[in-house]
Ligand binder design. Structure first.
Ligand code: CA2
Length: 149
């Protein structure tokens, strides 16, 4: 088995596919996890998932990823725009993080344009809906394959 990825989803993303399909699509979080699991098998990587509506739980998960996972795909939801604490957690573990958003946050309200995650992530994927998750897995694998640690 190759690398291990953690796919971490933040507040309200448990509701995916049930409300606001015009913004976030009709795919559920369980569908996304199934797609990522199938892709992980193809890529020969391991993948784990966690969704939480609580900032501290997301921070604990980032800390716990150290030494267990090789990188994180993070959709921090609205904490993206507010959480210096999540930004600091990412910095403290020195793991590569791909920032992910279903919607194109740059085309939305001004308050979504600021991302604290972007300041510490290796890159950002946004605007591709659920398809962004497998894209993020390719991005992380590419980064890990080309970076000496
Ligand atoms: O586009 C994204 O993925 C976001 O991270 C989603 C967050 C939003 O606050 C960010 O600005 C962009 C909101 C997630 C809410 O998810 C829902 C899903 C279905 C129904 C209601 C909310």
């Amino acid at each position: 088995m190759g690398h291990s990825f953690l796919v971490l989803n933040g507040p309200n993303l448990n509701l995916l596919g049930t409300r606001q399909p015009e913004v976030y699509g009709s795919t559920t979080l369980a569908d996304i996890e199934d797609t990522c699991t199938a892709k992980a098998t193809q890529m020969n990587v391991a993948v784990s998932f966690l969704q939480s509506n609580h900032e501290g739980i997301l921070i604990d998960a980032i800390h716990a990823a150290r030494g267990v996972h090789d990188g994180i795909i993070l959709n921090a939801g609205a904490y993206t725009h507010t959480s210096i604490a999540i930004m600091d957690a990412i910095k403290s573990v020195s793991l590569p993080v791909v920032e992910l958003h279903l919607s194109n946050i740059h085309q939305r309200e001004e308050f979504r344009h600021l991302s604290y995650i972007s300041k510490v992530a290796i890159g950002q994927i946004c605007g591709f809906g659920a398809a962004g998750y497998p894209l993020a897995m390719d991005a992380l694998a590419g980064y890990l394959g080309t970076t000496e640690t």
